[in-house]
Design a protein around this ligand. Sequence first.
Ligand code: PHE
Length: 346
Amino acid sequence: MGLIDEIGERLDALVRDLESSLQGARSDDDVRARAARIVGKKGELTALEKRIREVPPEDRRELGRRINEAKARADRIVEARLAALRAEARRRELEGPALDVTLPGRPRRIGSLHPVRQCEEELLDALQALGFEVADGPEIETTAFNFWKLGFAPDHPATCMQDSFYLRDDVLLRTHTSPIQVREMLSHPPPVRIAAPGTVYRRDDDVTHSPMFHQIEGLLVDEDVTFADMKGILTLFVRRVFGPDTPVRLRPSYFPFTEPSGEIDIGCLICSGRKVGCRVCKGTGWLEVGGCGMVHPVVFENVGYDPERFSGFAFGMGVDRIAMLRFGIGDIRLLYENDVRFLRQF
Ligand code: PHE
């Protein structure tokens, strides 16, 4: 038998070895490892290939052909085994137990509305029920809208650098939601009836004052609007929010953009007017929830409304303060610490 036939038989034997070895392979990696022992870089078939140098030149072409053919068969055997393993895995998956849909899922924690947002929504709901439409404005305001068009005097303490957060000489974080009144009236002819919620900023920081807090502004302008309309609407509004028997009182006050102006007080929610020893109302029986007043003619002039023809009222409420009263929260800073142990209670 010539050398070429001897090598040829070795090739055939190696392919047969590969075939039987692969029958025992249980995974893709196993298949590849077993194949490498024969057709890999250091495999037996590869070693045999090097013996091509030993055969006479005229036989090399034939040997080369046989080697290539053996390699191709080896490749087909490997591919076939891999395909068989895949098919087997699929069949086992189908025959195996079905997906267990009775396993309990992983619960997702669902958050809840922040107490300030809850109050804001309640207040807005009550105002919408009274026909007010929700409006808003930017938190970064010009001094023109935040102060001057509202009739603030240039030396009003709130306009001072030490009392407000200025970004530039004439731009600041709004100190109240009242500039939304100006924006609304400049962009709409009367009548207007808006409720405008918003975040506002002042240089304050203690148990009852946070540098960032929330207000809801109300504005109603039409012909023949009177102080009695204001008191009636505010009373309805307050009773919708705090209960039908809540006492309401207006106390004289001052704002540059309203005349006359008042503070809105409600009967103390904590002691219900019993007063003695109540720390929340400090024994007065009343709680202040906001400011209000009849829109000053100067404001109407600044926005191009005829003060002879139109009249109206405005009010502003502190949402954080109402949330604190409602939920019995003693320190406003708790609202902004983002401690879920605190927030989860509401
Ligand atoms: N803007 C006033 C404040 O922040 C509240 C207010 C609004 C008073 C509307 C009267 C009318 O103190």
